[in-house]
Write a protein that binds this ligand. Structure first.
Ligand code: G3I
Length: 337
């Protein structure tokens, strides 16, 4: 059978994957071409990697991903234009060695966004413009990042305006995690509503979906989709994976190598959780415009290094040999259910 995820979901939404340049050859490249019709650069388009020094752009890695996608008829999501992580230090420091003013920082942000969006104009169909600005602490609103300290919340609105001027056809997204937790959901809702009311050019919200076997519940997931889409925003699930470790409780206490076996019981639970979330995705296909996995297979996932370095995780649909897991069959065998 030559069909892959993208074929089973053809009438629903594109199915994407996050990649690094090294994934674009050999068996991983074959798997990408068979299974996915959307791609995201896992790191290559972020601010630090792509503009390591002021005005000096490093395009090689991002270009190789874009060229691979274009050659193979794969859509491209851009990730990301403004974030508190992976931002180069020079961005916040002036020639005098002191912290820059709001005016200078916004000008630098504008130059960055204009240059990057322009280079891939017509090729990247959706951008994560701003990433993760809402605090995890329910008693706070915005994350206390350098961006926020220097600009207040204005950098968010400005980033969308700069991106829209550079490519009026690209779809523009705000992207965040833990977006189904009610307290964070409501604060993200408030931000997005505010942007919409001000007429900021925003098309949708990216729900990262770094999930676990416990989270989200069916109720929370539905509530989130309905809440965000109620203001007319499209939804993309931008970084889907399903950690086999519970997020807050046990994960930080586990040592590398400890309890890191992917047992049949875990495989079964993970398959059930994947089946549940994809069932809901299909129900909401009118508002969901992309579902992207964060990494290709269990051979390598960012979760192998986070939050515990060297503790193996198994969060994806393909195993370390790139073979489909139980969860894969659950995700594609929906027509008979
Ligand atoms: O490039 C350097 C390399 O030169 C150096 O030798 C090596 C040694 O540590 O580090 C390399 O950089 C690493 C980079 O990934 C590329 O592999 C960074 O240390 C590492 O921190 C970075 O991690 C990435 C992380 O974002 C950065 O915070 C992960 O790969 C990437 O999967 C992760 O992705 C994020 C999304 O962008 C936003 N949402 C959350 C998601 C998971 O954290």
């Amino acid at each position: 059978d030559n069909r892959g995820l993208k074929d089973f979901y053809r009438s629903y939404f594109p199915i994407g994957v996050a990649v690094a340049p090294r994934n674009l050859a050999g068996d991983e490249a074959q798997l990408i071409k068979k299974q996915f019709n959307s791609i995201t650069a896992e790191n290559a388009m972020k601010m630090g990697p792509i503009q390591p020094r002021e005005g000096q752009f490093y395009w090689k890695d991002a270009d190789s991903i874009v060229n691979f996608a274009v050659r193979n008829g794969i859509k491209i999501r851009g990730h990301n234009l403004c974030w508190h992580e992976q931002t180069p230090n020079w961005m916040f420091i002036g020639k005098d060695g002191k912290q820059v003013t709001k005016e200078v920082l916004l000008q630098r942000l504008k130059d960055h966004i204009t240059t990057v969006v322009n280079r891939y104009k017509g090729k990247i169909y959706a951008w994560d413009v701003v990433n993760e600005t809402i605090d995890d602490d329910p008693s706070k609103y915005f994350r206390d990042s350098k961006w926020y300290q220097i600009c207040g919340q204005d950098f968010i609105m400005k980033a969308f305006e700069y991106a829209h001027s550079a490519d009026p056809d690209a779809k523009l997204y705000y992207n965040d995690y833990n977006t189904e937790r009610p307290e964070k959901r409501e604060r993200i809702y408030k931000l997005l509503k505010n942007l919409k009311d001000k007429g900021v050019p925003i098309d949708g919200v990216g729900l990262q979906a770094h999930w676990s076997l416990q989270e989200p519940t069916e109720t929370e997931l539905r509530a989130a989709i309905e809440r965000y889409s109620s203001m007319g925003l499209k939804i993309q699930f931008t970084e889907v994976d399903m950690s086999i470790y519970p997020w807050e409780k046990n994960s930080r206490n586990r040592k590398p190598g400890e309890a890191d076996e992917f047992t049949p019981e875990l495989a079964q639970k993970q398959a059930a959780q994947y089946a549940m979330v994809f069932k809901i995705f299909r129900e909401y296909k009118n508002v969901i415009t992309n579902v992207t996995f964060w990494n290709i297979s269990d051979r390598h996932t960012w979760l192998d290094e986070y939050p515990v370095m060297g503790r193996k995780n198994y969060p994806l649909l393909f195993d370390t040999h790139l073979q489909p897991k139980k969860a894969y069959w659950e995700v594609i065998n929906f027509k008979n259910k």
